[in-house]
Unconditional design. Structure first.
Length: 218
């Protein structure tokens, strides 16, 4: 039985949501807001938005894209904003840069629409993260599977989605532990290939569990 030198520690995070004093009434103001808002706001409207809407396996996964469609009636812009795939990012500054590039380019090419008032304003929110240990750890794959079975959505988000920023890698906490502690690179790769956009958080958890149990049964 494979036993890690360091255990996997199951954790979660709680988030305090704050509504700031920034708002955008049109696309030009959204562009300026993207330049001025905090990193926590970029996180809330992209990474956190994906977790909030994890049950939607179709449609737009970030708040900027949803607002561009629902409040500005700009489907082409919404699709471009939705194409920002957070799996490609390990720095919020890079997410901000690409969002600004998309909105800025659209405003330059569509000046009349850029200043047209939206049906509803966009309010920039942000989150403050509080990391919380769950007091549960795993030294083996069997113990990991047992701990994973009832893991709540907030913990799945923490370990599988927002971990990319914490690790500064295009990976997740599960895959890192499989590769570094249990020396199972194939399992780590398969888990990291799970598409968070086409799975709910429950679906991600069930798929990880199936892969782990298959490895245990070998």
């Amino acid at each position: 039985m494979l036993r890690a030198s360091e255990p996997f520690r199951f954790e979660t995070a709680s988030y305090l949501v704050r509504i700031g004093n920034q708002r955008a009434d049109n696309l030009l103001e959204l562009d300026q807001g993207l330049a001025d808002c905090t990193d926590e706001s970029i996180f809330y409207h992209t990474f956190q938005s994906l977790a909030r809407h994890h049950f939607l396996t179709e449609g737009f996964s970030n708040d900027f894209a949803q607002w561009a469609l629902a409040s500005c009636n700009r489907p082409a812009l919404a699709e471009r904003l939705a194409s920002v795939d957070i799996r490609d990012y390990v720095q919020l500054a890079d997410v901000r840069h690409d969002l600004r590039r998309i909105v800025g380019d659209y405003c330059e090419r569509n000046e009349p629409e850029a200043s047209r008032k939206a049906f509803e304003p966009f309010y920039f929110c942000e989150t403050v993260e509080e990391q919380v240990p769950l007091g549960s750890e795993a030294w083996t794959l069997e113990e990991f599977a047992s701990g994973l079975k009832d893991l709540a959505h907030a913990s799945m988000q923490f370990h599988f989605i927002t971990s990319r920023l914490r690790l500064n890698l295009r990976s997740n906490d599960f895959s890192q532990w499989f590769a570094e502690e249990l020396h199972l690179p194939d399992l780590a790769r398969r888990v990291n290939q799970i598409d968070m956009y086409t799975h709910t958080l429950d679906g991600v958890r069930d798929t990880v569990l199936a892969l782990v149990e298959r490895e245990v049964g070998r």
